[in-house]
Design a binder for this molecule. Structure first.
Ligand code: MTE
Ligand code: CO
Length: 424
């Protein structure tokens, strides 16, 4: 073996030798593949999981993650809201990879708690300015032509706590009101064709069956474009938290429009001026005027690793990872700086680049222990470039809550600890 030039064992030993010689000044952790202590009991001793039979099939008819992944959970910020029924929790973005959010980790935003609905008792009514008012059962809906699409849902209030300055320490809290799921559903256009729209049909009102009866007005053009009435996410029934058994999927538009537990669509000729589009989901500008019907979620990105909940632990090679998305199309490019904007490089985009979907990017970099100021900047297929927070505030002032897509800065200190900061 030792005489063979191609022996993997030999080439690995050579690699380690070379790394130690070249990196004499660096800590042992300088190599990405750090040397284990010798002898390493994890190599020399037989471990329990190697000695005893494991659990058999059917131990968990519905699988759950390893017990060593218990920290990978949604989290809330208790002081943000008065009650858990009208509240929000956040997706642990720093623990995830790729572009699909596991169903059990999708952030939740409810205005009246989670409705507990027997699909056999669920109805979707379409009425108003239609030729033929209709009521669909879940079985009716599942007999209509369906489509599969991956889309992000971002609450318009995502990053809303950051308008006046860096506040929450973790991308889970600053950016975790977003998830990205494959939906299966019937295009709303198909359901509306069945009912037949009157010529003066201009707006729809979507209403939920939950205790909040949350409702929103939706322009008919969007309804006829790419809206899905979805019954499945990531291949299985919607989770109760996400609107089981039926929700609206409004690709690229603010999460509040994605009515969960959808029970009614009324067709009209004007918007309804619902609570969620007057006193909420509007943004007060510095001059006292208010923006409303700000449907699109503009291009945005965030570095998920490193971030305050995922500090840097090793010198030498590291993987910077992040997410970018745009409600207006696909992500064309993501730039990353490690030095607060002096130098920018193109991030490596990997995995599917889909319309109105999260997109994964990486920068493979060497860290020698110097402090870093990390930012990412997304550009979408329309050519729009994610603004700095300063640029955003120049136009929007500081009264806003919603639609904060400003560039996020993470400060990595010499010890690897990372915090949420802003730089001027
Ligand atoms: N639909 C109903 N019926 N009730 C609600 O409280 N919350 C809205 C929207 N649809 C809500 C609703 C808001 S503000 C957002 S951001 C999304 O659902 C959140 O979807 P999620 O809980 O699947 O993340
Ligand atoms: Co929301």
């Amino acid at each position: 073996m030792t005489s063979s030039k191609t022996s993997p064992a030999l080439s690995r030993r050579r690699f380690l030798g070379a790394a130690t010689a070249a990196g004499a000044g660096l800590a042992a952790a300088g190599s990405a593949r750090a040397e284990a202590p010798k002898p390493d009991p994890l190599i020399t001793d037989v471990q329990d999981w190697n000695r005893y039979l494991g659990e058999g099939v059917d131990k968990r008819p519905y699988g759950t993650p390893s017990r060593f992944e218990k920290h990978v959970v949604r989290r809330d910020v208790s002081w943000l809201t008065a009650s858990p029924e009208s509240s929000v929790n956040f997706t642990p973005l720093h623990e995830l990879d790729g572009i699909i959010t596991p169903s059990g980790l999708c952030f939740e935003r409810h205005h009246g708690g989670i409705a507990d609905i027997d699909p056999a008792s669920h109805r979707l009514m379409i009425h108003g300015l239609v030729d033929k008012p209709l009521v669909f059962t879940m079985e009716d809906i599942k007999r209509m032509p369906r489509e599969n699409r991956v889309h992000f849902l971002e609450c318009a209030a995502n990053s809303g706590m950051e308008w006046r300055g860096a506040q929450l320490n973790g991308c889970q809290f600053t950016h975790g009101m977003v998830h990205n799921v494959m939906y299966t559903g019937v295009p709303l256009r198909v359901l509306l064709a069945e009912a037949g729209l009157k010529p003066n049909a201009k707006w729809l009102m979507l209403e939920g069956a939950d205790a909040s009866g949350m409702n929103r007005s939706l322009p008919v053009e969007k309804a006829l474009d790419d809206v899905l009435i979805a019954f499945a996410m990531n291949g299985e029934a919607l989770r109760p938290e996400q609107g089981y058994p039926l929700r609206a999927v409004i690709p690229g538009w603010e999460g509040n429009l994605w009515v969960k537990w959808l029970r009614r669509i009324e067709v009209g000729d004007m918007p309804w001026q619902a609570r969620e589009e007057t006193s909420k989901y509007t943004d007060l500008l510095a001059d006292g005027r208010s923006r409303r019907f700000t449907f699109f979620m503009d291009a945005k990105s965030v570095v998920t690793n490193p971030s305050p909940q995922a500090p840097l632990k090793h010198k030498g090679s590291n993987v910077l990872s992040g997410l970018a998305w745009s409600g207006r199309g696909t992500i064309k490019r993501v730039d990353v700086t490690l030095d607060g904007g002096r130098n920018w490089q193109h991030a490596r985009i990997d995995g599917p680049v889909l319309e109105k979907s999260l997109t994964r990017f990486y920068v493979d970099f060497d860290w020698n222990g110097q402090p870093l100021l990390i930012q990412s900047r997304a550009m979408d297929s329309t050519g729009y470039v994610q603004p700095t927070k300063e640029e955003l505030r120049k136009i929007r002032g500081t009264n806003s809550i919603y639609h904060n897509n400003g560039i996020q800065t993470w400060h990595v200190k010499a010890n690897g600890e990372t915090e949420n900061v802003e730089i001027g």
